[in-house]
Write a protein that binds this ligand. Structure first.
Ligand SMILES: [Zn+2]
Length: 269
């Protein structure tokens, strides 16, 4: 059975009288996504679905509860998501997203959870998610609880990339490319269309150039290559990230004791 086919317990399915006891000393997992163009072959929901799938699997692995996915994320930028040159993308301005994140963390502070895990699926969200956590920490919202936040791709090991993605273009350019296409083929094959656009001249990371000509940094909204995308790569990547996530969370639960192999026996999908 795949993790995504299991039913991790959903926070929002609880009733108000149930919630305090249900979250006491538990891990809360919060997926953060976006609604963003992902080329002609993938749906607008890629970033929110992948954050949700990883979030559900992580919650299953640590017997945690999953908070409702934050579906609208930060503004898509040209060099990492194609920008707003393609129809369909919805976004919050940075200040609005920061407020949404911090307000939610403020509301959660009243609950007796033990640990919060935030799983991000949208490149442009990351700095704002980290800033929100840092200001929530400053404001005392976490007390002595622990927090782990990451974008799912940040957990991939260099060795795994070298072995599985020899032409890896960098995560900023892996937009609607090989990894997202493969994960979607594995997790949501019914949502993946037949086209496989290729953009070989991938944009460089960390540069914003105006004026913008979308055809120079994307092919139909795709920033890199989709060649070789497969359900098999998607399955391997999903389990690799999940394994790393569970290892990170368990290590953090043990006061950051170094135990790089902690998650290696934890994935049994
Ligand atoms: Zn994406």
């Amino acid at each position: 059975m795949n993790f995504q086919q299991r039913h991790a317990q959903q926070y929002a399915d609880l009733t108000s009288p149930e919630v305090i006891d249900a979250v006491r000393d538990r891990t809360l997992v919060w997926p953060i996504g976006s609604v963003e163009q992902h080329g002609p072959h993938l749906p607008l929901s890629v970033d929110l679905l992948l954050a949700e799938d990883f979030g559900n699997a992580i919650a299953e692995g640590v017997s945690g509860l999953v908070l409702p996915t934050l579906s609208i994320g930060a503004r898509s930028l040209p060099q990492s998501g194609g920008g707003l040159h393609f129809p369909g993308t919805l976004y919050l301005q940075g200040a609005s997203l920061l407020s949404t994140l911090t307000d939610t963390l403020s509301a959660l502070r009243h609950l007796p959870y033990r640990q919060l895990v935030i799983v991000n699926g949208h490149f442009e969200n990351e700095a704002l998610v980290f800033e929100a956590i840092d200001s929530a920490r400053d404001a005392g919202y976490f007390g002595d609880r622990s927090v782990a936040a990451f974008s799912w791709w940040s957990l991939t090991r260099d060795e795994w990339i070298a072995e599985n993605l020899p032409d890896f273009p960098g995560w900023h350019a892996e937009h609607a490319g090989l990894t997202e296409t493969s994960l979607m083929m594995h997790l949501h094959p019914d949502l993946v269309r037949a086209q496989r656009p290729i953009h070989l001249d991938t944009p460089r990371s960390g540069i914003y150039a105006h004026p913008i000509d979308p055809t120079t940094f994307t092919t139909e909204g795709v920033l890199s290559s989709t060649v070789g995308a497969s359900e098999e790569i998607g399955s391997r990547l999903f389990l690799h990230v999940l394994d790393q996530a569970l290892s990170l969370i368990r290590t953090k639960s043990n006061n950051w004791k170094s135990d790089p192999d902690a998650g290696s026996d934890s994935v049994n999908a």
